[in-house]
Design a protein around this ligand. Structure first.
Ligand SMILES: C[S@@+](CC[C@H](N)C(=O)[O-])C[C@H]1O[C@@H](n2cnc3c(N)ncnc32)[C@H](O)[C@@H]1O
Length: 237
């Protein structure tokens, strides 16, 4: 079996590359993890992509196994969860030549699909893997604001809300922030985007000192309103 791990871009169906469309059309089935109703729009985006570019290809959804969000040992819990996901996906894999996994953004950036496929191999799956790159949320953010990630010659760090203060914030892109970690860097500039590439897209920019507190309130209100939120931002000092 061949598994096509296809980056689908970060929200806008037009992010899909020609290579991604071709790989999808060569696939016999698509497998997706259903992450529950809060993220239903993400599953909806995959359904839309299949209906548009490869109608008729079966979509097999697997319900995400439960995860402890506040474990004593975070890494151990994530490993246990990935193993449970691998087991469920392995059981759901159809007996076909090519299966596609549609991955949000790019498969190399904060995504566990490739790791889970390795675990499936560990459980006995015999497969080759082909990766098709996708437009990341980082690029959706910079394009939406029309900005560069760095000033001339500077380095860029991509991190999570949890780890923001563990390293430099010359140019720090923050993903996976459940709260408002920007408030910890009051002297930075921020370029923030939520629901990028979708009809719900919201963009804000300014100094953290000026807009940070209001943005934290707005983020909470948007999450309340829509039931979920995905946001990303560049901080620059
Ligand atoms: C699990 S990571 C997946 C990243 C993805 N593989 C990529 O290449 O962009 C999810 C995080 O990506 C960011 N993200 C993804 N899509 C986004 C979007 N449309 N708008 C804002 N942030 C997004 C958010 O920070 C979210 O917490």
């Amino acid at each position: 079996m061949q598994i096509n791990v296809i980056g689908i871009g970060a929200g806008n169906p037009q992010h899909l590359t020609l290579e991604a469309i071709a790989a999808l059309q060569e696939s016999d089935a698509v497998v997706a993890l259903d992450k529950g109703e809060n993220k239903a729009d993400l599953l909806g985006a995959r359904q839309y992509i299949i209906a548009t570019h490869a109608p008729g290809i079966p979509l097999i959804t697997v319900s995400d196994p439960p995860r402890d969000r506040d474990p004593a040992d975070y890494r151990a819990e994530v490993r246990r969860w990935h193993q449970a996901r691998a087991q469920l996906l392995l059981e759901a894999l159809p007996d076909v030549e090519q299966v596609a996994f549609l991955v949000w953004g790019d498969p190399a950036l904060y995504d566990s699909t490739l790791r889970i496929i390795e675990r499936m191999r560990g459980l006995g799956l015999d497969c080759s893997v082909r990766v098709i790159p996708g437009i990341t949320a980082v690029h959706a953010l910079t394009a939406a604001h029309g900005i560069l990630l760095n000033r001339i010659g500077e380095d860029i760090r991509i991190t999570t809300g949890r780890a923001l203060l563990d390293g430099p914030t010359t140019n720090a892109v923050v993903m996976l922030d459940g709260g408002a970690a920007w408030l910890d860097v009051p002297d930075a500039q921020i370029w923030w985007g939520a629901y990028l590439g979708t009809e719900l897209q919201v963009l804000r920019s300014g100094t953290v000192a000026e807009i940070g507190a209001g943005l934290a309130e707005e983020k909470a209100a948007l999450r309340e309103q829509h039931g979920w939120i995905m946001d990303i931002y560049l901080l620059r000092r």
